[in-house]
Ligand binder design. Structure first.
Ligand code: A2P
Length: 279
């Protein structure tokens, strides 16, 4: 069975395909539409978008035009990082449903604990307030699961202390080399599932010589090693590509990295991401 058909089960019993197709940086319009349509054509059934990516309309159009029944596609979107109050979060959620052209999303998460333009700001109260809007969407069955993204233990503890529904998911930047153990341990303790964005370190991890050597040894590509590593960590990787051949390659990860090689990959340290080409 293709790995694209395999699912993880969230704490509330909702099944989520193990590999998601990321759409960050894929431009709205034909780029995002074609990428999502091509991913769906090649078997992806989990699409990750966000209000902040500006491409929800194209994602929604692609899902519709694919002809795949809505209930067979797992769609995630995210509340913009600067929205930190209940009323605005409710309005923004309704807009997401309109833009995606759907009556529900499978997962809706707070994009970040602080606005991107003011990273590190204390938004404890605002996060509790915004998360209440997510709880309303969940209780109204307009979101099958809810959660957070880029949250560290302190931010999640705040939600646990002041809200009712334990987040089902925390989506974090996670790839070979980055140490996310504190957040992952905390999430595991609370049954909060980890999704891994930028599994290829936005592409830069593929330049790593040790990963390249391991890819050669397994007869796989570096991207496949990076994605398989995360699957063996029990998390959901969200690779993205605008090239069909790479979408296919990134989903052919039904091989096993031996435990000693996993241990070796764990010793790689450092975040290779560069931000020069990111707008
Ligand atoms: P492209 O869209 O031109 O294929 P991440 O998922 O970690 O954010 O990485 C995304 C980046 O990695 C994109 O720039 C994408 O480029 C590139 N990429 C995705 N899959 C592959 C692959 N299999 N081989 C090489 N580069 C890839």
């Amino acid at each position: 069975m293709s790995i694209l058909k395999e699912t993880y089960t969230l704490s509330n019993g909702v099944n989520m395909p193990k590999i998601g197709f990321g759409t960050w940086q894929i431009k709205d319009g034909e780029d995002a539409y074609n990428a999502v349509l091509t991913a769906l054509k090649n078997g992806y059934r989990h699409i990750d978008t966000a209000q902040g990516y500006g491409n929800e309309k194209s994602v929604g159009r692609a899902v519709k035009d694919s002809g795949i029944p809505r209930e067979e596609v797992f769609i995630t979107s995210k509340l913009e990082s600067h929205i930190k109050n209940y009323d605005e979060a409710n309005e923004a959620f309704e807009k997401t449903l309109r833009d995606l052209g759907t009556t529900y999303v499978d997962l809706f998460i707070i994009h970040a604990p602080w606005p991107w333009h003011d990273m590190g700001k204390d938004c404890a109260e605002g996060n509790v307030s915004a998360y209440r809007a997510l709880e309303l969407a969940y209780n109204n069955k307009q979101a099958r699961a809810i959660g957070v993204s880029n949250f560290e233990p302190v931010h999640i503890q705040n939600i646990l202390d002041h809200n009712t529904i334990v987040p089902h998911v925390n989506q974090i930047g996670y790839f070979i080399g980055i140490d996310q153990s504190e957040t992952i341990d905390f999430c595991n303790q609370h049954n909060i599932f980890i999704e891994a964005y930028s599994p290829l370190g936005i592409g830069y991890l593929l330049e790593n010589k040790a990963i390249q050597a391991m890819a050669l040894k397994y007869g796989k590509s570096s991207a496949q090693i990076c994605i398989r590593y995360l699957l063996q960590k029990g998390v959901a990787p969200l690779p993205k590509s605008t090239h069909e051949s790479r979408m296919i390659e990134n989903a052919h990860v039904d091989f096993i990295i031996k435990s000693e090689d996993m241990t070796f990959l764990d010793t790689i340290k450092g975040d290779p991401r560069r931000w020069d080409n990111i707008d």
